[in-house]
Design a protein around this ligand. Structure first.
Ligand code: ADP
Length: 433
């Protein structure tokens, strides 16, 4: 389930980003290619302008000049003098394919671009020149070219110059650019995929941990409920089989186990309420010294019964009122005292202490009991965690400290544990001032 959601989120996250990136890079490619074509055509037009001006200034078109122009601009020239191929073209015999190209360029010009003049060229004698540039695709080879027809009347000679420029180099440059972009896009999509996998994994981690905690909680709760339930069922069975006089013992067991189950269910409901943020706090100004005195008085007889000395240390000066839920704080201190009484041997002592510090009220419960190892200190606030299950007395489910932790969290306070001075442990809580 988690893997499926992880994969889907990765695809969604990487997919959307990749789509935006691909659209952007294709738009860039389109703009850049259009610009390249435009620049190339403009540069071709400029060259043709220069060539025409040059031709106008020359009384004789020299062969050197034509070869120089061809080499410079990567152009091909074909000159017709009164319809007859110029000497240059006669000497440098034009290959058939190139001749076909010139013919095609001329045909396309005549059919699509030729300007119809009101009078024939010869009537502009002694001097006239005109040029027209246009892109075209050769019908025979399928290659793209820029073509230019220069019409010129010179000393009654009607010159027609066809100039061709192949677009192959430009198209090659565009192709390389496209391949480069596609490769960059592929690489970026790959990187995006990896990044999204880790990113969504990090996002989902708390959800996964929560899910695992929930599953662990349900498993532990079922396990804890099974024991008293088994005792209740077997006691009920015994009740059926024995005489009414002996039933009282089993009925008492059923009642005790029922109460145990009820207290466990109360604890679980409280924790699930804190998980779903339905943990109502009735905050009001509380005099903590009075609250602690009441708790001390309630626990004193129990401590006496176990021959444990319970003492209370309060500050001498009066304290400011503390904003908290008195019932919840009482619950936390009761959990700590209950634990201290459970894990301290007969003859030991427990100290309840209150002080008001700059930023918080500090309450601690110190015992000289069995103490807690550093390893266990990290885990005792986990739900259902008990140090050596056999060590805990009946009625301890390992939920007390996790409830205390949630209550302190909801108050914006803290709870912690440290070793006591000689032996045992000190649990402390801090309530914001
Ligand atoms: P429990 O209901 O089992 O006491 P808690 O969540 O209150 O559960 O405590 C978790 C565990 O921490 C206990 O099982 C116990 O092993 C240990 N513990 C808590 N308080 C003390 C203490 N004062 N001295 C020693 N061990 C303690």
């Amino acid at each position: 389930m988690y893997e499926k959601v992880h994969l889907r989120l990765t695809i969604l996250c990487a997919g959307i980003t990749a789509a935006i990136m691909i659209i952007m890079s294709f738009s860039y490619l389109y703009i850049s290619e259009t610009g390249l074509h435009k620049n190339q055509f403009n540069s071709f037009k400029n060259d043709m302008n220069t060539i025409t001006t040059n031709l106008e200034g020359q009384s004789v078109i020299s062969m050197e000049w034509i070869s120089k122009m061809e080499a410079q601009g990567n152009y091909s020239f074909y000159i017709l003098d009164n319809g007859i191929p110029y000497l240059y073209n006669q000497l440098n015999t034009v290959p058939d394919t190139e001749y076909t190209l010139f013919q095609e360029a001329l045909d396309i010009y005549n059919s699509q671009y030729a300007v119809s003049l009101s009078e024939p060229f010869s009537s502009f004698s002694p001097y006239f020149s005109f040029h027209m540039e246009y892109p075209f695709t050769s019908p025979s080879t399928g290659n793209d070219y820029y073509g230019c027809i220069i019409e010129m009347i010179k000393k009654n000679a009607n010159l027609q110059i066809i100039v061709l420029s192949s677009l192959n180099p430009l198209e090659k440059q565009i192709l390389i650019q496209r391949i480069l972009f596609i490769m960059i896009d592929f690489f970026t999509v790959f990187l995006l995929g990896i990044f999204s996998w880790f990113f969504t994994g990090k996002l989902l981690k708390p959800i996964l941990e929560n899910q695992q905690k929930q599953a662990q909680f349900v498993a532990s709760a079922s396990h804890e409920l099974r024991t008293p339930l088994a005792v209740i069922l077997s006691s009920a069975e015994c009740c059926r089989e024995i005489s009414p006089d002996g039933q009282a013992k089993f009925l008492n067991i059923i009642k005790q186990e029922g109460l145990r189950m009820s207290s466990l269910i109360d604890d679980m409901l409280l924790l699930s309420g804190s998980d779903s943020k339905k943990f109502p706090l009735r905050v009001k100004p509380v005099e903590l010294d009075t609250l602690l005195l009441n708790i001390y008085e309630a626990f004193e007889p129990i401590a006496k019964e176990k021959s444990i000395s319970l003492s209370l240390e309060l500050p001498e000066s009066s304290l400011p009122a503390c904003s908290c839920d008195p019932d919840r704080i009482k619950q936390v201190i009761s959990i700590l005292l209950h634990n201290a009484l459970s894990y301290t041997e007969t003859g030991g002592f427990i100290k309840l202490y209150l002080s008001c510090q700059k930023e918080h009220f500090y309450i601690s419960v110190t015992d000289n009991g069995i103490g807690i190892s550093d390893e266990d200190k990290k885990r005792i606030f986990d739900r259902f965690y008990r140090v050596e299950k056999s060590r805990s007395t009946k009625g301890h489910f390992g939920l007390g400290l996790s409830i205390a932790y949630e209550i302190m969290k909801s108050h914006g306070g803290t709870i912690g544990v440290k070793d006591a001075d000689l032996k045992g442990s000190t649990f402390y809580i801090c309530i914001p001032n």
